[in-house]
Design a binder for this molecule. Sequence first.
Ligand SMILES: Cc1cc2nc3c(=O)[nH]c(=O)nc-3n(C[C@H](O)[C@H](O)[C@H](O)COP(=O)(O)OP(=O)(O)OC[C@H]3O[C@@H](n4cnc5c(N)ncnc54)[C@H](O)[C@@H]3O)c2cc1C
Ligand code: FES
Ligand code: FES
Length: 1335
Amino acid sequence: LPWVMDTSPVIISLLFPTQVIEKNVDPEWTLLTFLRKNWTLFTKYACGRGGCGACTVMVSKNDPVFKKIRHFSVTACLVPICSLYGAAVTTVEGIGSIKTRLHPVQERIAKSHGTQCGFCTPGMVMSMYTLLRNHPQPSEEQLMEALGGNLCRCTGYRPILESGRTFCVESSGCQQKGTGKCCLDRGENASSPLGGKNDICTKLFAKEEFQPLDPTQELVFPPELLRMAENPEKRTLTFYGERVTWISPGTLKDLLELKVKHPEAPLILGNTSLGPAMKSEGRFHPILLSPARISELTRVTETSEGLTIGAGCSLAQMKDVLAERISKLPEEKTQTYRALLKHLKSLAGPQIRNMASLGGHIISRHSYSDLNPILAVGSATLNLTSAEGTRQIPLNEYFLAGLASADLKPEEILESVHIPHSRKWEFVSAFRQAQCQQNALPHVNASMRVLFKEGTDSVEHLSIAYGGVGAATVSAHKRWDELMLDEACRLLLDEVSLPGSAPGGRVEFKRTLVVSFLFKFYLEVLQELKKLVKLVSDSRRHPDISDRFLSALEDFPVAIPQGVQTYQSVDPHQPPRDPVGRPIMHLSGLKHATGEAIFCDDIPVVDKELFMVLVTSSRAHAKIISIDFSEALKLPGVLDVVTAEDVPGTNGAEDDKLLAVDEVLCVGQVICAVVAETDVQAKRAVEMIKITYEDLEPAIFTIQDAVKHNSFLCPEKKLEQGNIEEAFEKVDQIVEGEVHVGGQEHFYMETQRVLVIPKTEDKELDIFVSTQDPAHVQKTVSSTLNIPINRITCHVKRVGGGFGGKVGRPAALGAIAAVGAIKTGRPIRLVLDREDDMLITGGRHPLFGKYKVGFMNSGRIKALDIECYINGGCTLDDSELVTEFLILKLENAYKIRNLRFRGRACMTNLPSNTAFRGFGFPQGTLVTESCITAVAAKCGLLPEKIREKNMYKTVDKTIYKQAFSPETLIRCWNECLDKSSFHSRRIQVEEFNKKNYWKKKGISIIPMKFSVGFAATSYHQAAALVHIYTDGSVLVTHGGNELGQGIHTKMLQVASRELKIPMSYMHICETSTATVPNTIATAASIGADVNGRAVQNACQILLKRLEPIIKKNPEGTWEDWIEAAFEQRISLSATGYFRGYKAFMDWDRGEGDPFPYYVYGAACSEVEIDCLTGAHKKIRTDIVMDACCSLNPAIDIGQIEGSFIQGMGLYTTEELKYSPEGVLYSRSPDEYKIPTITDVPEEFNVSLLPSSQTPLTIYSSKGLGESGMFLGSSVFFAIADAVAAVRTERDIAENFIVQSPATPEWVRMACADRFTDMIPRDDPKTFKPWSIPIA
Ligand SMILES: Cc1cc2nc3c(=O)[nH]c(=O)nc-3n(C[C@H](O)[C@H](O)[C@H](O)COP(=O)(O)OP(=O)(O)OC[C@H]3O[C@@H](n4cnc5c(N)ncnc54)[C@H](O)[C@@H]3O)c2cc1C
Ligand code: FES
Ligand code: FES
C-alpha cells in the first residue's frame, strides 16, 4: 500500500501499510533521517556516507531510459528526501515481519545463520530483495554483485551468500570444488536433514524447510505513481526548509532559467558527491536544484559515430546501456565502452552506482575518478547547455587536471556526454588498483588508448590518462616495441610528477603503478596486434612473448566463494528436544532480518530527550588556553555545554580523564560535550566552539620515538626459559629481523551509543548502552556522579558488534552522557558518528617486534629472543594486560628450549588503544611465525617443515610452566594438511611459479595454540538468574552480553537441556545490572563458558526443587509441575553462580596457570599475487579447529569464519593512516577497508575436529570467539610465500622486512623489478610525508 507524502505540491510515495500525508519535508533531511526520526523505522545508520550499505532500502521509479519501473537499491543515508518525488521506497519492514509474514529473503538469511549481531542484516536483506525483484532466479554472479556494497563485520559473508544462493539457478558444481572429492560420493547428509553418517555433518540448515519465493506476492508499484510517471507534471516544485530550499523544475528551460538566477546553486542528482562533502567538509548550499524530472537529461541516443548518454543517467543505467551496446556492436567499435564497463563493475557498490549520475561523476572531477580518464582518452565530448545556448567541450587533459579554463560557466549545465565509437586499429584499456578488489576507491587508475596506422605497428596516437596521481598524456609517433615502452615510461614518470608529500601518500607505489599499467597495456596491445597483422618480421624488436610473461595480462576475476563446513553430529541417543550440539539459529535471527530487533539507538525518542555531541581535541599534545562556547550557546536548540567542571564526582582517572582538564594528550581526546534539542543542532554548535591551545613538547606518535624518549605506560613484561645466551653460542646459524604490524579499527557496524534517562526519584538513572561490560558502565557512572551503584541500572538488549571495542569505551561515554543528564535533568542520547567513533575510540595496538633466532641447519630452533613494543596511545587502558597476554602467548605452538620474550607498551600522543579480539596474540604471534619463515629461508627448507620440526609433540610445559597436552594441536595440523591436500598443492604452486613470471602463487599452513580466558580467577566468575512463571514459561538472565556471538542462544540451549523443556518455553529479555550484578566483561572467548555454568547451576537448583513434584506425578506436564510447585510454595526463581576457573600468573617468577584451557587449530591458505599491481586473490583456505563438543556448531563455525575474515582484514587490507601531526586520516569506510564479500577465499572450508573432549568446561565445549582471528595470518604468509618466490627468482631474497598488512603497496614494492628501479625516489629529508608509520 502506498504512503503518500504531500508537501504541496509534492507527492512522494513510500510503501508502508498505511497511507499518510506528510506536510513538512525539510530538504536537509536524508531518507534515513526521515525513516528513523519521523517514522520510527529501523533502517540502520552505520557510516552516513554510502560506504557500508547498512541503510540499504529499495527505491522503485519509472525509468525513462528503459521505459519500465526500475527497482534499485540505494543507501538511504545519502538520499535526500526531496529527491524521492514520484518514487516508491520499500524498507525492511515493508517486505515482511514476524508479526505478519516473513519474506523468504528474511527467513533464509536467518535460518542460514547469515546474521550474528544483525546490524548489517536489514541492509543485506534489502540488497537481496531488490535483486530478486529484478531477477527472481538470479545467477550467482548477480548475487555477488548485489551484495558488493554491503559490509558485514561479523559473519565473514559465507552464510549470507549461502542464503542468497538458495534463490539462484541451481549451481551444478559440487561444493568441494578442486578437492577431487564430492560430498555426495561419501554419502554424507544421508540420514537426516541435519545429520549424517559417520557422525559427520556438512549441513547447517535445512533448505527443504524454506518457503518458496512467489514473485506474484510482492508489493506492486503504486498506481498513483504510475499515473504520475505517465503524465509528468511540468511545473516547478519547491520545498522550503529551515536553511535550504530545494527546487525541482519540470522543464529544461525552467532549469536553465533557475541556473541563471542561482548560478552558485549545485545540481543535485545522486548526492553521492555533494552529500559526503556537505557532511565531512561542512559545505553548505542554501539552494539545491534538482534536475531529476528533466527528461532531456536521461536521454540516450545512438548514431553511427557513437553514443550520447544523458548526464542524468545513473551509473547503473549507463552500465546497462553499455552492456547492451557491446552485445550489439562489433568489438572494434566498443573498445571505450568495454573499458568503461570494466570500471563500472568495480566502482563503488551497486547502491552508489544506482544513485550516482554520470553528470555528477564527471562534474565532480574527483582526482580518483574511474570514468573520466577513460572518457578523456576515448575523446568524449561534453554537451553543455545554458539559457544562452549550447556548446561542446572536450573532456580532455585540461578538464582532468581541473584547470579553470575547462570549467563550466556558472549558469551552464552538462546535458549529455558523447562517447565516440572506437575504430579498427584503435585499442582502449583501463586499469585500476585499490586496497581491495571491489568497492574501494582506486589508489591509481589509468586509461590508455593507442591508434595505429592501418595494417602496421606504427603508432599514430597514444594517449594515457591517470586518476589518483594527476593527469598525463603522452603522444608518441613510434613503433609498438620495447624502445617505445622505455621511452614512454620515462616520459610518463617525468610528466606525472607526484611529489613525495602528495596527499594520499603511497607515492613510490603510485609512481610504480604508473609504469606498470603501461607495461600491461603494452603487452595487451602487442598480443592483439599480433592477431591482427603479420608484423614486419623483425624478431629482435617483436620477440614472441612467451606464455611465462603473458600472465601479466589478466586481472583477477571476481569469483563466487564455495566451501564446506564440517562438524560432528550429536550422539544419536540424545533426545530430539535437547538442543545442545545442534546448529540452532540465532535467537534474534528472524528479528534481525525483519528489522524488528531493537538496538540502542532504535529506542524511540523519550520525553524531553536531548542529544549530545562530543567536542574533541584537534591537537596531539597541548595546553588548553581557553574554551569559548558563547557563540555555540546562542544557536537555536542548544541548551548547554558539559565540561570537566560539571562532573560532580571523579572525572576519570588522574592520567585518563573523561573530559580534558588544562591539557590534551591526543587528537580526538574529549574536551567537552554539547547538549541540544536535536543532533543537527548539537553538531552545528560543535563547529562554533573555539578552543585555543599552546602546543607542548614532545608530541610522540611512533614506537621508535617513544623508545627514544623512554615513554612507556608500564614496566617491561618478561618471560625467560633456558639459557638463551649460551644457546646462541652453540647454534649453526643466527638470524635477526624486524616485524611491523599495523593497528586495527574495530569497525563494529553499530557505532558507540548510549541513552541515559534520569528518573525523578532518588537519583536513579536508567542507562541503555551498547557495551560488552554494563557493570563497568554502571560503576564508572556511579563514581562520576558520586552516587551509589545501586541507583544506576544498565540495560543491554543487544550490541551491534563489539570485538573488544565496547569493553572500556562505553563506560566513559556513558559517564559523560550521565553528567549531561544530571546537569540538564533530561534524558541524553549520545550516538557517535562513524568518523568520531574511529577517531576517539582507539583500536588494536600496532606492534614493532625485533627477533633473534638461533637454529641448526636442520631447522631445529635452539634459541629465540623476541622483543616487542606496542603503541598504547596516550593512556594505559588495557595496554599492560595486552602486553602480558602478548608475552604469554608468543610461543604459539612451538617448543623452543631457550626463550626470552620481552614486551613494552609505549605511551604516545595518539588515542588510547584498547582490547581487540585476540588481545595481542594476532600481532605478537606474527613475529614468531615470521621467525619461522626466516629460519626456513636460511636453511633452504620449506616453512611448514620448520613449523613441524619445532612444534610441541608431547605433554609438556609452556614457557610459563603450565602443563598441557598438544595432542589435539597435532591432530588439527595433520588434519589440515590432509584436508587441504597441502603437499600436492605445494608442488602445484611451485609448478605454477616456474611457468609464470608476473603472477605468483603462495601457500602456507599455520598451527595455533590459543589460550582463552583472563589470567585471574575472579574474572571467570559468572552468575545467572532464572525465573519460572506460573504458566511454565521461563525467563533466563545471565551476566553475558549478546554481541552477535549467539551467547543468548547458547544459554537457552543449556537451560533447555538442564530443565528438559524445549527452548520455546524460554526467553531472554536483556542483560541488566539489576538482575545480575557485578558482572565481568563479555570477552576473552569465555562468555558462553562461564555464564553457561551459571545458567546450568540455576537450572539444576530449580530442577532439584521440582524433583519431588515430578516424582509424585511423573506423567504430568511441565505446566502441571509448575502449577503444583506454586501451590506448594516452592520458589520458582533461582540464582546460579560459577566461581570461575582457577587462573593466576606470578610475573616475578615467570610462572603460573594463567589460562583455563587452549583452543587448537590450523589453517592453510593459498593465494595468487599480481607482481605488477600488488593485487592478490585468495584461492583457497582450509581451517581445522578444535571446538571439542560444540554447543552450537552453526554459531561456532560462524565465529571461526567471521574472526578469520576479520584477521584476514588485519593482515591484508585494514590500514590506519596518521598525519605527521598525529591526526587519524582513515575515518570512514572509504579510507579504511574491511573485507567485503569479494574478499572471501574462492574456496573456504571449515571443519571442527571430531571426537575431542575437554572435561573442564560446560558439556565439554570450547570458547571460539577470538582464536580464528590469528588464522587469518595464513593468508598473510601465503602472500609472503608468493613474494618470496618472486624475490628468489629475481635473486633479491635478502633484506625483506615483514610488514603487516600485506597491502597491494607492500606486495608491489617487495616485488622489485625494472619498473620499481625506474621510478624516482625522494630523499626523505627533503619533504614532509603525508602520513607516518606508527609501528
Ligand atoms: C561510497 C562511495 C564510493 C565511491 N566509489 C567510487 C569509485 O570507486 N570510483 C569513482 O570514480 N568514484 C567513486 N565514487 C564517486 C561517485 O562516482 C560520484 O560521487 C558520483 O558519480 C557523483 O554523482 P552524483 O549524481 O551523486 O553527483 P552529486 O553529488 O549529485 O553532484 C555532484 C556535483 O556535480 C554537479 N552536477 C551534477 N550533475 C550535473 C550536471 N548535469 N551539470 C552540471 N553539474 C552537475 C553538481 O552541481 C555537484 O556539484 C564513490 C562515491 C561514494 C559515495
Ligand atoms: S549508513 Fe548508509 S551506507 Fe553506511
Ligand atoms: S552480522 Fe553483519 S555486522 Fe554483525
